[in-house]
Structure formats: structure tokens, C-alpha cells
Design a protein around this ligand. Structure first.
Ligand code: SF4
Length: 452
């Protein structure tokens, strides 16, 4: 596979090889799929939306619907206003969504299409809505696009005059539907009235039935997005994916928000549960789950202790995985994300400082080619991240545990949480099993044990 990746590292500033991110519209599309009866719309060429849909479909193993402005040469020269007008009319006539969420692409951004002006000037049926977000892919990543699209919904829909509803707005982060289910389950156990926005559970993990439904039951309703303005407070899980929309909600509707790390691992889940519970107390069921996680972490500690690993993927997820691997007694050696931003380095280094890890390399806007080169110069025991680590795993013969986005070459992952105490147990099991399988494979016959 990639055995020929050179060991000698050349500093690059303007070139990414094997990037550790995708483009902004992928995130914008996923955000829009978390809104009920919403049709995501890509304002650009058909090639872009084909890629975005395919990418999401391969990860979730579910159809990711989206329409396109279908730019050709004419739209690229004269602007895509006419295409968007025709598209919006056709989508409402043929597919009948309640809302269309338009995101831009590199091409429409480069020619300077003004989506605000187009939408204001459009003939939109009274009971329908069109919102938009600017998602040029030559900056940021799919995480930036996700945050931008959520902000677009808030800008258009969150009602600053909404009646106080006593609810907490929860932004669950760029996570799988299985994670959102787990977050909702924890909030339910805490008895907290919430609006979870967005909510891809029930959409990107809709049950199989005899009938295809273009708009499955799940998703945050438009009324709920409007009511975000009446919430008493907001919790944003993950600074990179949710800090911006939560900030926009605060600015527009004066809903104070608190940004927490994604609840991956013990301490981050503790923070989430404690913050969500407030003065309400934590039910025994969650205390028990925490106790079981602690038990597992202690039991398997000899297999985790001092093992080195490389962690790669989306910033909020990587920060969570780093925190959990430190809690397990492991030593993260290389930690990268493809999404740009100094905050990632600051957040991760603060975690490493807490555990006195001084020899780890942390980099944002990084790529997997460079990670591979680092590993060639200093190997690790485990890879923890997306499917794109697969070639490194094969070339260097290192076990890979898949977590985060995207996981393109496995099934079932999007149903299973990695958040909360239960998600941490699943992660710990996958990581311990990978390390123990490797031990069994490499150990001498006389050291091969059935009871570990
Ligand atoms: S042209 Fe831009 S928006 Fe389209 S697929 Fe490529 S990076 Fe994404």
C-alpha cells in the first residue's frame, strides 16, 4: 500500500496529501439532514453534490438526499440566480419538503453569488422556507460547514420573541445518530426538558420498512428551531462544531450558552452530566453506568498502560479520544486534525499537560501523509481514527480502531455510540481487543493464554 511513503519529512505549507478532512458542504448537508422534512440543496455543479452525498451515504449506509443548482458554463459566467430559482420551484413542486437548506460550493462562492439577495427576491410559497449558509471549501472543513449551516438555521428561524419554554437547547456536535440517541437517553434519564438541534437520529439511521420515505420521522422540527429562542440556556457539545451556532443563538436571542467538550470518556461525560443535571441530581442508573466504566478501565489497565497511539479525525472527536486515552493510561504520541484552528492545539496541549505528557506532537490543518511519516520515524502501538488510517495500518502493521468520521469500510458504527459512559465502554472494549489481538498474534506460543 503506502510502504513507499518517504521517511524524510519535508515541511509543506500549501499542499495537503491524503487530507484528514472533507469539504464544507459535506458538513452543511449533514447538518441539514438533522432538520425534519428538510431538503439540503447544493448551490454549485452536480459533481460537487454527487461527491457530498456519496461520502455521507458511504459512512451512514443510508441514502443522503440533496438537490443541486446544476451549474453549467452559463451559470458559472452569469451567476447561478436563475438556476437556484428554478431549483427551488422544482424541489417544492416535486419533492414537497417543508424547508430547503441551501449551501454554497467553491464555484458559486468564487463567482460571488449573493444567496441572501437571491432568496429575498424569490417566490417562496407561504408555508415553505428557504435558508442558506456560505460554505466555500477552500477554507475550513466539513466541521466548519456543519457549524455554518446550523448558524444559517438560527439566523433565519430562531425566534427572539419566542415565549420562554423552560427548556435547554442542546447542540450535540458532529456525531453519529447513535451518539445523538445516547445523548438524548442521558438527558431523558436526567429528566431535562430539551430541544436537541440538529438531530440526525431517525433520519440517517431510519429503520428499514417496506416503503421508502424521503423524509423519515426524525430531525428537529422547524417549530423547535424557532423555539430555541425561548430556551433558558444552551449546551454546546464540542467547540468546533457547535461553538459558533450556540454563540449566534446567544447573540440573536440572548440564550446564554456553555461550551463543553464532546462527552467522550469519563471526565468529559462527568462534565456533561453534571452541567445538564444542574441542581437536579444524577439518577442511580447513570451512577451505575459510570461505575461499570470505571471497573472496565481498571480491569483492562495492564493492556492500556503506557501504550502509544496516534489519534486523527475531527477536532472535537479527537480532543475527546485524546482525553479518554489519557484516562486509560495510554500515551498519545501523534494527535492531528485536518480542520484548521489554533484552538485545537491549545485544547489538546492543555489535556496533555494535565497528564504530564510532554513528547506528543499535536497539529491542526495536518494530513495523513505527514502522520504516516512521523509514524515511520517513531512507531506507535495503536491507530485511533477514521478509515483513512487503513493504509497506514497496513503499511506499518499497526492495529487500527475506527472511530469518528468517516468510517467507510465497516458496518454498524453509526448506530453505536462512543459518547457517554456506555460509549466509552464500547471504545475501551474495541481498543483493548485490538491491543490484545495484537499481543496474541505476536507472542511466543508458551505465552499464549486463554485467561488474560
Ligand atoms: S469543488 Fe469545492 S465544494 Fe465542490 S466538491 Fe470540490 S471542494 Fe467540495
Amino acid at each position: 500500500m503506502l510502504e513507499l511513503t518517504p521517511k524524510t519529512i519535508t515541511e509543506r505549507s500549501a499542499l495537503r496529501v491524503n487530507p484528514c478532512k472533507s469539504c464544507q458542504p459535506v458538513g452543511a448537508l449533514y447538518a441539514a439532514l438533522g432538520v425534519r422534512r428538510c431538503m439540503p440543496h447544493s448551490h454549485g455543479s452536480q459533481g460537487c453534490v454527487s461527491y457530498h452525498r456519496t461520502f455521507l451515504t458511504r459512512h451512514f449506509k443510508e441514502p443522503a438526499i440533496a438537490a443541486s443548482s446544476s451549474f453549467t458554463e452559463g451559470a458559472s459566467v452569469f451567476g447561478g440566480g436563475a438556476n437556484l430559482r428554478a431549483a427551488v420551484k422544482n424541489i417544492f413542486d416535486i419533492y414537497d419538503p417543508d424547508i430547503i437548506a441551501v449551501h454554497t460550493t467553491c464555484l458559486s462562492e468564487t463567482i460571488g453569488d449573493d444567496l441572501n439577495a437571491y432568496i429575498l427576491d424569490m417566490d417562496i410559497p407561504d408555508d415553505k422556507i428557504v435558508v442558506h449558509a456560505n460554505t466555500p471549501s477552500y477554507v475550513g472543513s466539513h466541521i466548519t460547514g456543519y457549524a455554518g449551516m446550523l448558524s444559517g438555521f438560527i439566523r433565519y428561524l430562531a425566534d427572539r420573541r419566542a415565549s420562554p419554554n423552560g427548556k435547554t437547547a442542546v447542540f450535540p456536535g458532529f456525531v453519529n445518530p447513535g451518539d445523538i440517541r445516547e445523548i438524548k437517553r442521558i438527558l431523558h434519564l436526567l429528566g431535562l426538558p430539551v430541544i436537541v438541534f440538529p438531530d440526525q437520529s431517525g433520519v440517517m439511521d431510519a429503520p428499514m420498512s417496506n416503503t421508502y420515505r424521503m423524509y423519515p420521522e426524525g430531525g428537529t422540527s422547524i417549530d423547535d428551531i424557532r423555539s430555541l429562542g425561548g430556551c433558558g440556556r444552551a449546551l454546546a457539545l464540542g467547540n468546533f462544531a457547535c461553538g459558533q451556532p450556540a454563540g449566534d443563538l446567544e447573540e440573536k436571542c440572548k440564550v446564554a450558552y456553555k461550551c463543553l467538550p464532546l462527552p467522550i470518556g469519563m471526565e468529559a461525560t462527568d462534565s456533561f452530566v453534571t452541567e445538564a443535571a444542574g441542581s437536579g441530581g444524577v439518577p442511580q442508573e447513570l451512577e451505575d453506568e459510570r461505575g461499570r466504566l470505571l471497573d472496565l478501565m481498571l480491569d483492562a489497565n495492564p493492556y492500556f498502560y503506557n501504550k502509544t497511539l496516534a489519534i486523527f479525525g475531527d477536532p472535537d472527536t479527537v480532543v475527546g479520544l485524546t482525553a479518554f486515552s489519557l484516562e486509560l493510561g495510554m500515551r498519545p504520541r501523534y494527535i492531528i486534525t485536518g480542520t484548521p484552528g489554533d484552538a485545537f492545539v491549545r485544547q489538546t496541549e492543555a489535556l496533555l499537560d494535565k497528564y504530564d505528557v510532554t513528547d506528543a506532537v499535536v497539529k491542526a490543518a495536518a494530513d495523513l501523509f505527514e502522520l504516516h511519516q512521523w509514524i515511520k520515524n517513531g512507531p506507535v502501538d495503536l491507530l485511533l481514527g477514521t478509515s483513512y488510517g487503513k493504509q497506514i495500518a497496513k503499511a506499518e502493521d499497526i492495529p487500527l480502531v475506527r472511530a469518528g468520521f468517516p468510517v467507510l469500510d465497516r458496518y454498524g458504527h453509526s448506530y453505536m455510540p462512543i459518547v457517554g459512559y456506555q460509549g466509552a465502554m464500547r471504545l475501551a472494549e474495541m481498543m483493548a481487543n485490538a491491543l490484545m489481538d495484537r499481543y496474541d498474534r505476536d507472542c511466543a506460543d508458551e505465552d499464549m493464554d486463554i485467561v488474560m
